[in-house]
Design a protein around this ligand. Structure first.
Ligand SMILES: *Cc1c(COP(=O)(O)O)cnc(C)c1O
Ligand SMILES: [Zn+2]
Length: 443
């Protein structure tokens, strides 16, 4: 039997390889990020067609751990984890929604929304966290001294970390910017028993503190500079292609903050190309909120120089990041996939989100950012009417109830809500009810 193997290597190409169960986040030579590198020669011993068959046979199966969308691709994700150490909530395998009416309303006929928010904790962060927490569980089982896993978070990372740690029985610590995340996102880690620190700073401030804790206190770091998460997240690319019977869409649009997810998306397509499952590349579009748009600015300036910014307040709170950790690997992925970067104002993201909701979706504000980017690309003819487009929806709209309520009550600053819809309050009176009902339906 072939044995598969993954290890850490420097993203910048410095020599050396480190085992995935070593506590290491940066290259000792250049200080750059590490990436998980797979033994592709071993993986190539199976043909592309054989991998497709294996992945299709495992899709939604009851055989542990393959029913998970992530662990169904175990050899490509983290082959050395022993099955008893896998911490899974059957993540992945989320629905791909044909957004037919919304698509047609903006001029595209083949538009799909990949609902990554229909997952255990309501965001795509589950896909990465299952891998990271499984690796840590195995490290602990093998006698490594790890006291807790910690992260700084704009909300969804901490929800995922807390849930997977609670599943595994490992202590979790989360550092949040006080008052800058939604109630749902705050209550999730609390409910799962994490130690939650609400700090008087922004996300970037929380990040600096958690890095110091990881360096000095033996706390394992779960932020996306830790490349383990990207290995799980890259399965989104594979799932999308699998859900189209192994055909590649023309475009994939994704909202980005720390920019790990777009890099992961690229890595997923890279592996499918390399291992012969697909032959075509999609184009990628990374969408940012105008209030937190450092990558958009770099793109407009011809990619030459990237400058961190101080991110402003945006409804898309999970991508309110001015100094993204994975910026270089994101730029590499975007260049390779003929990528573009777009941005959305608060009004654009709120209206796009509401318009998609009107056509049957229930979108979070980050997905609104991606949809607004889509609308711009269609309007200027860069995306053509017949092209197949997938928008990656990163979180469940139910986590963002306040955003929805404030939109429909027309209370979001800089937005005058076009699709406003509020309850009609009436007395307990048949005639009044009848009038109200008939007014709203075609005669
Ligand atoms: C984390 C997150 C993002 C951003 O992903 P990055 O990898 O940081 O670019 C987008 N949307 C939601 C809902 C998120 O939780
Ligand atoms: Zn290096």
């Amino acid at each position: 039997m072939t044995t598969y193997h993954a290890a850490f290597r420097c993203v910048e190409g410095c020599p050396g390889e480190w085992p995935i169960d070593q506590v290491i986040y940066e290259c000792p030579d250049c200080g750059g990020l590490l990436q998980v590198s797979h033994d592709l020669e071993a993986l190539k011993a199976r043909s592309g067609a054989a991998w497709i068959k294996a992945f299709d046979d495992r899709w939604m199966t009851r055989v542990w751990p393959y029913g998970s969308g992530v662990w169904g691709k175990k050899e490509w994700v983290m082959p050395q984890i022993r099955d008893e150490n896998i911490v899974s909530t059957a993540e992945g395998g989320t629905n791909l929604f044909w957004a037919e009416r919304y698509g047609k309303s903006i001029g595209v006929e083949d538009l799909w929304i990949k609902n990554c928010g229909n997952s255990h904790t309501g965001s795509f962060k589950d896909l990465g966290m299952t891998v990271l927490v499984s690796v840590v569980k195995q490290m602990i089982a093998d006698g490594k001294d790890i006291r807790a896993i910690a992260c700084a978070s704009t909300g969804d990372t901490s929800a995922a970390l807390a849930a997977y740690c609670a599943t595994a029985g490992i202590p979790a610590v989360v550092l949040l910017p006080k008052g800058k995340i939604t109630t749902a996102q705050l209550v999730q880690p609390l409910a799962n028993g994490a130690r939650v620190l609400a700090l008087d700073t922004d996300f970037d401030g929380c990040m600096a503190l958690v890095r110091k804790l990881a360096k000095e206190e033996g706390i394992y770091l779960a932020n996306s500079m830790n490349s383990l998460r990207l290995e799980g997240q890259k399965t989104v690319a594979i799932e999308i292609v699998q859900q189209f019977d192994w055909s590649v869409p023309d475009w994939v649009i994704i909202p980005g903050g720390n920019l790990g997810n777009v890099a992961a998306l690229g890595a997923g397509f890279d592996m499918m190309l390399e291992l012969g499952l697909i032959t075509k590349r999609p184009r990628l579009c990374l969408a940012q909120a105008e209030k937190a748009n450092p990558l958009y600015r770099a793109y407009k300036a011809g990619w030459d120089k990237f400058e961190p910014i101080v991110a402003g307040e945006t409804e898309a709170s999970a991508i309110r990041i001015g100094n993204p950790v994975s910026v270089h690997r994101a730029i590499r992925a975007l260049k390779k996939y003929n990528g573009v970067v777009e941005q959305a104002t608060e009004a654009e993201l709120a209206e796009a989100s509401a318009a998609a909701d009107r056509a049957g979706a229930y979108t979070c504000p980050h997905t609104g950012v991606a949809l607004a980017a889509l609308e711009k690309l269609v309007a200027r003819g860069e995306i053509k009417k017949q092209e197949r487009v997938v928008v990656v929806s990163t979180a469940n709209g139910l986590k963002f109830t306040q955003f929805k309520i404030r939109y429909h009550e027309d209370r979001i600053p800089e937005v005058s809500s076009k699709h406003r819809n509020t309850p009609i309050e009436l007395p307990n009176d048949y005639e009044a009810v009848k009038r109200a009902v008939l007014e709203g339906v075609p005669s």
